[in-house]
Design a protein around this ligand. Sequence first.
Ligand code: C5P
Length: 226
Amino acid sequence: MKHIPVITVDGPSGSGKGTLAARLAEHFGFHLLDSGALYRVVAAAALARGTPLDDGAALAEMAQALNIRFEADGVHVDGVHLEARIREEAVGEGASRVAALPQVRAAIHDLQLSFRQPPGLVADGRDMGTVVFPGADLKIFLEASVEARAQRRYNQLKNKGLSVSLPALLASLQERDERDRGRAVSPLEPAKDAHVIDSTAMDIDAVVSVALQLAAGVGLGKTAQT
Ligand code: C5P
């Protein structure tokens, strides 16, 4: 069977990993897995149905029954476009809670593996390199200081015309980071063989360029389309 290459991009909220993963997927013509969106979908569905965010068994059963599709305009769940809803702060907060439950992680494990299709995959999340794709061809762990990440999120939301408070964003990122790093299952941590990039003082073009050099180093540059 032909090898299907995988690049994993893990890191904390607001590190820029989503943008990096999308840029790499575009560059190589690979599929893209936004695994955080799956946890966000589970949280949004639970909030809509009144399912408690700590009921692992009920959430896992619900997650397995959801029909989740990624389209050009974002995520659709059971035929309903939910992209704007899942990006809300409250849903991100809920996602971090449901993601701490082992039953929920197990329920979406196979769905995540199914994204590995020719010609290749870029997978973005927290445990892509450690748990879901431990044999990935290239593993990147993108860091940035919590202050830089809060400032980026603040600028993004401001640009969308939303009124936000920087101290509140900083506090919420810190809380989510602590939960993601401290949980017993699939904690946020770099894989032993991951390349850690600190993007605190880098713009996204510089990060992409470092990542492309790393990709070339493992022979992925040869399949580039650009
Ligand atoms: O990346 P994003 O902010 O969309 O992820 C939402 C939440 O989902 C994170 O705070 C994290 O708790 C969880 N998550 C996870 N494992 C992943 C991706 C996301 O636990 N692979």
